[in-house]
Ligand binder design. Sequence first.
Ligand SMILES: [Zn+2]
Length: 400
Amino acid sequence: MAPGFVNIRRDVDDKFYRYRMPLLLTKIEGKGNGIKTVIPNMADVARALSRPPTYPTKFFGCELGAQTSFDEKVDRYIVNGAHDATRLRELLDTFIDKFVLCGSCKNPETELILTKTEEIIRDCKACGQRTSVDMRHKLTTFILRNPPKKVKTKKGSESNAPEVASPGNGGAEGEEGGGAESDDELTKRIKSEAAELSVKPAIGEDGWSVDTSPEAVKARVKTLETSMQASLVLNGDDDSDEDSNSPYGQIGIWAVEKRADINSVDVFKKAQELGIEKKHRTVQTLVQTLFTEDIVTEIPKFAPVFTKMMTSEKHQKALLGGIERFVGVEHLELLSSVPKILMEFYQADILQEDVIKQWGTHVSKKYVDKETCKKVRKASEPFLKWLDEADDDDEDDDEE
Ligand SMILES: [Zn+2]
């Protein structure tokens, strides 16, 4: 995993997961009775979660039975006592699960809403569901007393983009595989993108990220994507972690960046260049990275490269796995489009009937968790039914 950033859902082991946050850091200060744990990047972490930094800090206090204190003006967030980073990160996972992720689809793009009856609701931007948080948790009292404010956006606030590529930290020399964009160029581009983003920050007067308009959410996601790319680039030279440096990582990042301007031939050439044009994993990576929310209309454009790569049943399964991740984890709003997506691949002769049927009737945890897997299977039912019906028609025609 790239240094400094982790998936907001750490249980999602997917380097192309859209939602990333800085890894929570801790620093012990003082000693004896005055010993305390400072969380120097709490503001950045909270911003990635679109929650006030006081919420997770207070949550730690509730869970650990410890006093907390914060000074929002100077972004100082403290839990009394000595607590190690691993423990606090685990607690942050719990906080995210309880107070950030949609209770229905587990997407982190939610907003907290307080109802008139003092209930706290997670309003999901991805699936539209509104799910209540566990009102028995002590943090709810704090949230009710300190509700997330709707603040007007302040213009010209200081730059708030998460730690994007700090140049000089990279110094990657031994570049492999010619033809790829050089690290320098990429870093430059990422920096200019980040600069652009920081011009229109969705930050309230007190530093809260509260603007949840579609534009703001988009900007936030973009920032996260940008920082992911940046950390992948920076990580490029210091270890052999396959996340950062593997040909799959490379083709994935390339596809995300260029997808609007490339065609099937470009994609195949790139895969050849990286020596992975025959690998089933390439297929899975490409499904996740070549397409956008307009996947249904984009499939014909990239159908030729998938046709070319589809050399075995394993490749088809990898493609289906890619769809599971694409729809089940990142684009839940597309669940209802699963039948159309399958239909496109089927009609292009990329996916075969028996493979789809086998996939549709077996739950597997290979690509996503069981629950997500079931969700995608369920969404695919109309298409499976259509296949069955088409079968029946066939049987009328030829007898076997
Ligand atoms: Zn949802």
